[in-house]
Design a protein around this ligand. Structure first.
Ligand code: NAD
Length: 423
């Protein structure tokens, strides 16, 4: 996966002149840590989990990136995700480098108390390398505000001081930011709206299908419907639902939440159990002839195996790495434009940045102020990427990488001493 992720860099270096040393620096992670995390299970048995933290690059600031709980988490995946975080923070112009963490675990098999012990164990394992000026985690797949709250608490207990800025995505009462929960979906919608504005779209005629009805996908679908888009299909890991006249997103979410009453911290209900909508398979959702296909689940969803079947005209990548490089080429040949992850899903880290700023200042903003500031950044950076794609005659993905790598190269050049040797 990391080798595939790095292939994106090569296409960028064809378009811009960057010092060889920048390429060297950006093709390897700066630090990678693996730790065993012992957890006392409710049965009394001791189970050891493997945890990861990769700090890919910290030239532009302390590293930033989420923690993922998933059975498939491994060093290769965490490294790829940390690389994307590095590029994403640079694309968004944030004063952060990139990192990522994870634990190889199926969190749905753990009780709430086991999950809490695991989360506190993660902080004990990696506390030496975390901190508000070093490396700042956040939620990712199957981690959430509750888990961030446990982690912040463990850190403050260990160091006997309050340092809320050491982690973001916290619950509101523990120093979280207003607007963080919906930020990724909201930011993605701002990017899509800007794209649509430049293409002269009338949003009421634009049909949208959303793969992934989790935190990012749900908020995107809810806000897109509110903006006037026709959201005709959504899916989760168990299947998809479709309605040509448009889905009632809030209603589907309410249904999921009702089912959730029985669960601990995760949504156990599936959107596809909702009545009155046509059921589809996950593959069928991906192949719908819609205007915008939104990928908000996991990586590697469109590959060379299914890229030829895609009929949408535009793909919006909310998930990280949902389209592989070979699939990118097939989509481009078929005239399908991909608005890339490193731009589209930056809303989450942008509001995490706002949370960090508010924690450091001890002064908190209202949701309206958060969204106004988020919109401004998404608008400016989206237009910068769209303009670069036109001037370099390249894909939006390459343009986004050009935008981020230019900022990274500037920082690497200004920090290093190679200029003395080269001149
Ligand atoms: P989540 O766990 O809340 O939701 C993931 C959703 O995807 C769930 O509904 C799950 O059922 C569904 N899913 C899994 N496999 C699927 C499949 N094969 N087909 C259809 N649906 C499937 O996670 P999230 O926080 O919404 O994150 C989703 C993606 O967005 C991830 O790639 C994540 O890295 C990325 N992302 C999230 C944020 C954020 O703030 N939440 C920020 C940046 C990027």
């Amino acid at each position: 996966m990391f080798e595939l992720a790095k292939q994106r860099l090569e296409s960028v270096f064809k378009h811009i002149e960057v010092d060889e040393e920048v390429m060297c620096r950006l093709s390897v992670a700066k630090r990678s840590y693996i730790a065993s995390i012992p957890v006392r299970m409710d049965s009394g048995e001791l189970q050891i989990f493997t945890g990861y933290r990769v700090q890919y690059d910290d030239t532009r600031g302390p590293t930033k990136g989420g923690i993922r709980y998933h059975p498939r988490v491994n060093l290769d995946e965490v490294t790829s995700l940390s690389f994307w975080m590095t590029v994403k923070c640079a694309v968004a112009g944030l004063p952060f480098g990139g990192a990522k963490g994870g634990v190889t675990v199926n969190p749905k098999e753990l009780s709430k108390l086991e999950l809490e012990r695991l989360s506190r164990g993660y902080i004990r394992a990696f506390s030496d390398i975390l901190g508000e000026s070093r490396d700042i985690p956040a939620p990712d797949v199957y981690t959430n505000a509750t888990i961030m709250g446990w982690m912040a608490d463990e850190y403050s207990v260990m160091y006997r001081r309050q340092e809320p800025g050491m982690i973001t995505g916290k619950p509101l009462h523990l120093g979280g930011s207003a607007g963080r929960e919906a930020a990724t979906g909201q930011g993605a919608l701002y990017a899509l709206a800007e794209y649509g504005r430049r293409h002269g779209w009338d949003v009421s005629t634009v049909t949208v299908a959303v793969q992934g009805f989790g935190n990012a996908g749900f908020h995107f679908a809810r806000l897109a419907k509110r903006m006037g888009f026709r959201v005709v299909a959504v899916s989760d890991s168990q299947g998809a639902i479709y309605s040509n006249s448009g889905l009632d997103i809030e209603d589907i979410y309410r249904y999921k939440m009702e089912e959730d009453k029985l669960a601990s911290v995760y949504y156990d209900g599936s959107a596809c159990n909702t009545l009155d909508y046509e059921e589809l398979t996950n593959d069928e959702l991906l192949e719908l002839p819609v205007d915008v296909l939104v990928l908000a689940a996991l990586e590697n969803q469109i590959t060379q195996l299914n890229a030829h079947q895609i009929k949408a005209t535009t793909i919006l990548e909310i998930a990280n790495g949902p389209v592989t490089p070979p699939a990118d080429e097939i989509l481009a040949e078929n005239g399908i434009e991909v608005i890339p992850d490193v731009l589209v899903n930056a809303g989450g880290v942008i509001v995490s940045y706002f949370e960090w700023v508010q924690n450091k200042a001890g002064f908190y903003w209202e949701e309206k102020e958060v969204n106004t500031k988020l919109k401004k950044i998404m608008k400016v950076e989206s237009n910068a990427v769209f303009d670069l794609a036109l001037s370099h005659e390249c894909s939006l993905r390459t343009a986004a990488y050009i935008h981020g790598i230019e900022r990274l190269a500037g920082a690497i050049g200004q920090r290093g001493n190679q200029k003395y040797f080269k001149s």
